[in-house]
Design a protein around this ligand. Sequence first.
Ligand code: 9UX
Length: 72
Amino acid sequence: VLSALEFGVQGMTCANCVGRVERALKKMDGVVSASVNLATERATVQYLPAAVGPGDLKAAVRDSGYSVLDAP
Ligand code: 9UX
């Protein structure tokens, strides 16, 4: 079973920032794919809900140094 989550990420100003956020997500157990769009400031993640949850995903982004929007 695969779940998808999309959320806002703020504080990214260049392509390297995008790479940092994507790497932080992709290295997590249970994450199947992660893509971040700098222009829209959105992250889209596909993950296995048995292994990881939305709170874990958002915490990883925060730990990488960026802000997460809790509203959609
Ligand atoms: Mo680009 Mo982002 O030099 O923290 S990596 S601004």
